[in-house]
Design a protein around this ligand. Structure first.
Ligand SMILES: Nc1nc2c(c(=O)[nH]1)N[C@H]1C(S)=C(S)[C@@H](COP(=O)(O)OP(=O)(O)OC[C@H]3O[C@@H](n4cnc5c(=O)[nH]c(N)nc54)[C@H](O)[C@@H]3O)O[C@H]1N2
Ligand SMILES: Nc1nc2c(c(=O)[nH]1)N[C@H]1C(S)=C(S)[C@@H](COP(=O)(O)OP(=O)(O)OC[C@H]3O[C@@H](n4cnc5c(=O)[nH]c(N)nc54)[C@H](O)[C@@H]3O)O[C@H]1N2
Ligand code: SF4
Ligand SMILES: [Mo]
Length: 723
C-alpha cells in the first residue's frame, strides 16, 4: 500500500491520503487527521516527510515533531533510498539542528577569528556593492563560486550565468572525477552496481560499509545473506574488508596492475562474454593486444598479491557473469586518490564489459530517467555569454575530458598568480575546502589574499573562518529545496520546523545576493514556482508532493543498445583518451611517488559515523568517534618506538600534524592511514575544536593527468614520536 503508484488522477482524487504517514498516539494515520488533531492538542505529534542532508545521499526521512521540536528522525518507508532505515549519521540529525554552536545569524569579519552580527539586508548591500565594484574593475570572471553540488546548484549556476562568470566549480577532483571521466568516455555515463542481485563482487578500495550509501549497504547485506561472494581489495582492513568474504591487502597505488592482470586472464582463457563483446563494445582487439604482457606473475610483483590468487579471482569472477561486478568505485582508487586513478577506472570499466554485465541482473546499471519540466521561462532573461575561459583551465585544450568537474585544488596557486586573469572574489557554499581540498595552509593564504570571500554554511567551518561575510543557511530540517529525483520517484525536502535562528534558505540568500549585485531580473520567482515548473509534466505541484514527500512517477528505462558514446557502444579502445594525451586502451602507469625506507604513503578515507568535515561537532557522532588516529603497522611502529595511544608527529613537505597512533596489522606496512574529517581549527565549534588531526594539512597540491583529480594519496610522510 505504501508503495502505491501515483498517477495524476489518483493523486488528485486524494487516494494517497490512505498512505500518507503521520503518527498520532503511536498509530499510523492519514496526514490530514494528524494535522487536525494537532490543532486541538498541544502535545500532538506530527510527522513530516522530508530529505536527510547528513550526507549527500539524501535518503527520504520522516521528521517526528512534538511541540515544535524534532525529537526523532526515522527512514521514510516509501523512499527508494532509505527504505525506512537510516545510518548513524541520519539518525543523529537532530543534534545538527540543535547544535548550540551553529550559526545563528549573518556575520561580518572584523579581525582574525573575530566576527560581529550584521543584518541580512546590510550584508547583501555590502556584498552586492563589492561584487559590482570588482566586476567593473576585473570583469565578471573574477568571481569564482565553489560548492558541493547540491539540490540548490542549478540556482547557484543561474546566479553565475547572470553575473557572466564561467567559474562555478564543484568538489569533483577531490572525490570522483577520475572515475567519471573514464566511464563518461567509455560508457557514456557512470553506472551503478545492482548490489541486491550481484553474486560475485570485487571492490577496489570502495569501502561500501564505511563510505556509506544507505541503499547500497542494505542491498549488499541482503545479497551476501543469499550467498554473494564479496572481495575487498584495500591496503587497510577497512569496514568493508572486515565484512567481505576475502580481504586482499594490496600495495597502495597498484590496483591498476591487478585489474589489468584480471583482464589478461579473462581474455587469454576465453572466459569473457563473447556475444556481448561483439555486439555491445568496440576495440576488443586493441584491448587484447594492450594487456598481453600484464600477466598474473607480472602483477604479483607489483601488487604483492600472488599470481595464483589473481588467476583464481579472474576465473571465479567470470564464472559468475553476468551477475558479477567490479565496483566502478567512488572516491578511492578509481575516484581521485592516485595519479593513475583514470587508468584504474578505465581498466575497471573494461573488465566489467568483458563480463557482459551492463544492464544484466546483478551487474552494472544506469538509473532510470524522469522527464522534469523546464523552469527557464520563470527565471528571467537569457543570461549573457560567460566571459573568458574558466579560471582553472577545465575544458581547455589541455583538459578536454574535464569539462564539468573543475580543479578546485589549484585555487591557491591561481589566486597567487593572477593568470590568465585576476581572481578577486569567491562565494563558497556548502563546502569546506580548507579541510576538503589539498594543502590547507595554502588555501588559507589564498583566502587571505582575496578582496571578497563569502561563505554560505550552517556552521562556522574552517573556510568560513577566513571569510569576510558568513551567511547562515537554514538546516535541512528548516527549509525547502529544489526537487530531487531518485530512481522512479520524486522526493521533496520541506521544513519540519520553522528556522530556529535568523537563517534563510539558500534560494533566498542567492536571490538576495543577486538583487544587491544588480541582477534582480533573474531572480523574480519563488522556490515553490520553480518546483512547480519542474513537476508540471508529471501533473504534480509542490503543495501536493509536500503531503507525502515521495511520489512514484513515470520513468524511462535506459537503452543499453544506444550508449551516449560516439559508437553507441562501450569503447574499450577510446580515441578521446589519446586526444587527452593518454593511451588508447588501459595501460600500466606506476603511482607518482614511492615511499623511501623512512617514509610512508599517507592514505585516508571516510568512517561510517562521520561525514567529511561536516559532523565533527554533532554531539551524538562526536560521542561515538571524537577523534582520528594514525594507523601504523607493528613492523614499522616497533622500529620507531611507537605504541598505540602515543602522540606522534606526522610530517609531509607541506605540513605537520600531531595525532595519537594506533598500531595495527590492519594496515599495509608501506602506508599510514588517517580517517578524514577531524582536526577542526575553529574554536567556536567547541566539541570538534582541535580533536584529532586534519589530513588535508599534509597533502600537497598535485593534479593527476587526464581527469585533473587531486591525487590525495600521492603524499609521502615521516612519522616520529612527538616529544
Ligand atoms: N559515513 C560516511 N559515508 C560516506 C561519506 C562520509 O564522509 N561518511 N562520504 C560519501 C562520499 S562523498 C563518498 S565519495 C564516498 C566515499 O566512499 P569510498 O570511495 O568507498 O571512499 P573512502 O571512504 O574514501 O575509502 C577509501 C578506501 O580506499 C582505501 N585505499 C587507499 N589507498 C588504496 C589503494 O591503493 N588501493 C585500494 N584498493 N584501496 C585503497 C582506503 O584504505 C579506504 O578504505 O562515501 C560516501 N559516504
Ligand atoms: N584529505 C582528504 N580530503 C578529502 C577526502 C578525504 O578522504 N581525504 N574526501 C573527499 C570527498 S570524497 C569529498 S566528497 C569532499 C567533500 O568536501 P566538502 O564538500 O567540502 O564537504 P565537507 O568537508 O563535509 O564540508 C561541507 C560543508 O557544508 C556544510 N553544510 C552541511 N550541510 C549544509 C547545508 O545544508 N547548507 C549549507 N550551506 N552548508 C551545509 C558543512 O557545515 C561543511 O562546512 O572532501 C574530499 N576531501
Ligand atoms: S546515507 Fe545516512 S546520512 Fe546519508 S542521507 Fe542516508 S541516512 Fe542520511
Ligand atoms: Mo565524495
Amino acid at each position: 500500500m505504501l508503495e502505491q503508484r501515483i498517477s495524476r488522477r489518483t493523486f488528485l482524487k486524494g487516494s494517497l491520503v490512505a498512505g500518507a504517514l503521520a503518527t498520532f498516539g503511536g498509530k499510523l494515520v492519514p496526514l490530514e487527521q494528524a494535522e487536525a488533531a494537532e490543532a486541538t492538542s498541544p502535545a500532538a505529534s506530527q510527522v513530516v516527510p522530508t530529505i536527510c542532508e547528513m550526507c549527500g545521499v539524501k535518503c527520504g526521512i520522516l521528521a517526528h515533531v512534538r511541540e515544535g521540536r524534532v525529537w526523532r528522525l526515522t527512514g521514510n518507508p516509501r523512499d527508494p533510498q532509505s527504505s525506512g532505515r537510516l545510518c548513524a549519521r541520519g539518525n543523529a540529525g537532530t543534534k545538527t539542528l540543535y547544535d548550540p554552536d551553529r550559526l545563528k545569524g549573518p556575520m561580518k569579519r572584523v579581525g582574525d577569528g573575530k566576527f560581529q552580527p550584521i543584518g541580512w539586508e546590510q550584508a547583501f548591500k555590502e556584498i552586492g556593492a563589492k561584487l559590482q565594484e570588482l566586476k567593473g574593475r576585473y570583469g565578471p570572471q573574477t568571481l569564482v563560486w565553489l560548492a558541493h553540488p547540491e539540490l540548490i546548484s542549478p540556482l547557484e549556476k543561474h546566479f553565475m550565468a547572470a553575473f557572466g562568470s564561467p567559474n562555478y566549480t564543484g568538489h569533483g577532483p577531490t572525490c570522483y572525477s577520475s572515475r567519471n571521466v573514464a566511464f563518461e568516455q567509455m560508457y557514456g555515463g557512470v553506472p551503478g552496481v545492482d548490489y541486491r542481485n550481484v553474486r560475485y563482487y570485487i571492490a577496489f578500495g570502495r569501502n561500501l560499509t564505511g563510505g556509506i550509501k544507505n541503499p547500497d549497504i542494505q542491498k549488499i547485506v541482503a545479497a551476501r545473506a543469499e550467498g554473494a561472494h564479496l572481495v575487498a581489495v584495500d591496503p587497510r582492513l577497512s569496514d568493508f574488508a572486515f565484512f567481505a568474504d576475502e580481504w586482499l591487502p594490496i600495495r597502495p597505488g597498484t590496483d591498476l596492475a591487478l585489474v589489468l592482470a584480471l583482464i589478461n586472464v579473462i581474455i587469454n582463457e576465453n572466459l569473457y562474454d563473447a556475444a556481448f563483446v561483439a555486439e555491445r563494445t568496440v576495440g576488443f582487439a586493441e584491448l587484447k593486444a594492450g594487456v598481453a604482457t600484464y600477466t598474473p606473475e607480472w602483477a604479483a610483483k607489483i601488487t604483492g598479491i600472488d599470481a595464483a590468487t589473481i588467476t583464481r579471482l579472474a576465473r571465479e569472477l567470470a564464472a559468475a557473469k553476468p551477475a558479477a561486478a567490479v565496483d566502478p568505485g567512488w572516491h578511492a582508487v578509481t575516484g581521485s586518490q592516485y595519479y593513475n586513478s583514470v587508468q584504474a577506472a578505465r581498466a575497471v570499466a573494461a573488465l566489467n564489459a568483458l563480463l557482459g554485465n551492463l544492464g544484466a541482473r546483478g551487474g552494472l546499471a544506469f538509473p532510470p530517467g524522469i522527464k522534469l519540466g523546464d523552469p527557464s521561462s520563470i527565471m528571467g532573461p537569457k543570461p549573457p555569454a560567460a566571459a573568458g575561459p574558466r579560471w582553472d583551465g577545465a575544458g581547455s585544450e589541455k583538459w578536454p575530458l574535464n569539462k564539468a568537474h573543475g580543479m578546485i585544488q589549484v585555487f591557491p596557486e591561481r589566486v597567487k598568480e593572477d593568470k590568465p586573469y585576476p581572481l578577486k572574489a569567491v562565494v563558497i557554499q556548502h563546502l569546506n575546502p580548507v579541510r576538503s581540498s589539498t594543502d590547507s595552509g595554502a588555501f588559507i593564504e589564498a583566502l587571505k589574499q582575496l578582496e571578497l570571500v563569502v561563505a554560505i554554511d550552517i556552521q562556522m567551518n574552517d573556510t568560513a573562518y577566513y571569510a569576510h561575510y558568513v551567511l547562515p543557511e537554514a538546516t535541512y530540517l528548516e527549509r525547502y529545496d529544489p526537487l530531487m529525483t531518485a530512481g522512479n520517484k520524486v522526493v521533496l525536502r520541506q521544513p519540519a520546523v520553522e528556522p530556529l535562528f535568523d537563517t534563510r534558505g539558500a534560494e533566498e540568500i542567492i536571490a538576495g545576493l543577486a538583487k544587491a549585485a544588480g541582477l534582480s531580473a533573474y531572480f523574480n520567482f519563488t522556490l515553490e514556482q520553480y518546483n512547480d515548473a519542474l513537476l508540471a509534466p508529471l501533473g504534480l505541484t509542490q503543495a501536493q508532493l509536500a503531503r507525502v514527500g515521495v511520489a512514484e512517477v513515470e520513468a524511462q528505462q535506459p537503452d543499453y543498445t544506444k550508449l551516449k558514446t560516439p559508437s553507441g557502444k562501450i569503447e574499450l579502445a577510446c580515441q578521446a583518451f589519446v586526444k587527452a594525451g593518454s593511451t588508447l586502451t588501459p595501460a600500466w602507469e606506476p603511482p607518482l611517488v614511492e615511499p623511501g625506507e623512512d617514509e610512508f604513503r599517507f592514505i585516508q578515507g571516510h568512517v561510517p559515523m562521520h561525514t567529511h568535515t561536516t559532523t565533527d561537532n554533532n554531539a551524538y557522532l562526536h560521542a561515538i568517534m571524537p577523534e582520528n588516529e594514525l594507523w601504523v603497522h607493528p613492523s614499522r611502529a616497533g622500529k620507531l618506538g611507537i605504541k598505540t595511544g602515543d602522540l606522534v608527529e606526522v610530517a609531509s613537505r607541506v605540513g605537520k600534524v600531531k595525532v595519537k597512533a594506533r598500531v595495527t596489522e590492519g594496515i599495509h606496512p608501506e602506508a599510514v592511514f588517517l580517517a578524514h574529517g577531524f582536526g577542526c581549527g575553529v574554536p567556536l565549534r567547541k566539541l570538534a575544536y582541535n580533536k584529532g588531526a586534519n589530513d588535508s594539512a599534509l597533502i600537497p597540491v598535485i593534479t593527476a593527468p587526464v581527469s585533473g583529480a587531486a591525487a590525495q594519496c600521492e603524499t609521502l610522510v615521516t612519522v616520529r614520536k612527538a616529544g
